[in-house]
Design a protein around this ligand. Sequence first.
Ligand SMILES: [Mn+2]
Length: 411
Amino acid sequence: MNAEITIPRREMLTNALADKEAIVLFAAGEANLEKFMQDNNFLYVTGLQIPEAIYFAYKSGIVPTEYLFIQRNDPAKEVWDGRKMSAEEAKELSGIDRIAYIDEFAAVLSMYCPVIGKIWANIGSQVIDRPLSTQLFKLSPIKERFPNIVIESITSLITPLRKIKSDWELMQLQRAIDITGKAIMDVLENAESSMMEYELEAMMFYRMQRMGVKQWGFSPIVGSGINAATLHYKSNECRIENGEVVLMDVGASYLNYSADITRCFPINGSFSERQKQIYSLVLDVQKKVIEMIKPGLEMAELNKTARDLLAAAMVEIGLIEHPDDVMKYYMHSVTHFLGMDTHDVGGRNAILEVGNVITVEPGIYIPEEKLGVRIEDDVLVTESGYCVLSQNIPKEVSELEEIRKAALSKQ
Ligand SMILES: [Mn+2]
């Protein structure tokens, strides 16, 4: 990500500001012994993968004033943390002209505060029984000294931008999806019964990291048998038994763009009749929901259709008696926005627009049969309807069985 990409984003963002409004975006804090993961709003606006930095913009008249505050390089700390990004590098990479240091932020902000009406900041969600977010904590002196300044979450200002993916963003997402697909193929071709779920996770991360991925987009789910029926199963610590269906809900994060794919497969090469029945139902519903996707459609419609179709199918096979009981075996939404965040900004009830990327992920979970099936693809909304970005990752029963049988015959 460079200035060419982020300058137009900042133009659009500051255009959305009213007179006397400001933006304050905090980068993620310095990583201690964990991997550094940048704040996505800060990254979207500046393109910079540096900790602790602060972006500030103030609009009065037409042209906004922009500052970027960065860490000072401390030669004594260099041996521990490496050299900090210099002011020249930060300016070059971000296209922001006024570069200052973090210890100057308070003085600069104090200068503008008497005239600022509102500050849009990445303050995170405010849950009343939780501690203040670091960002809100850093802004709290303003609340005391300048009580007239409204501090508001940047989410509503930045969401209209982030939910329409540019061509560049689609390239990164496609890369994340393709790498995830390769990782899933590795599992399909190498998994054996009696392996541990975490071995499958390791196979996938090995492939992903060799292809330039630094982290998972979210904690990967690899669940076999009854574990596949636990929606957010993450421990991935059980042995895979012969005859089980394995569910993998995984996504690589490539340059902070996250894939989100779910595939299920029979560990011993072929689905049982019952497994095939349930799998085929879910796949059929998934395809029908995907076919509905087009600009102007409410996401709520996708949810309603998925629920209605799954309910009808469950009644037909005698799994439930009445369609209203569908929640017993299907209890989540069928779609969410996808992007820098796995559950990206945009909400769950938006109207689809060209350039949105969403998931489609119906499922049926029957713990008493030790079976859980979810099938999830990532879909771009286009002018003529949709494009399934993960279409190359096999999901037909015949494809999955063929790949598994070929793999098992080699072992
Ligand atoms: Mn998902």
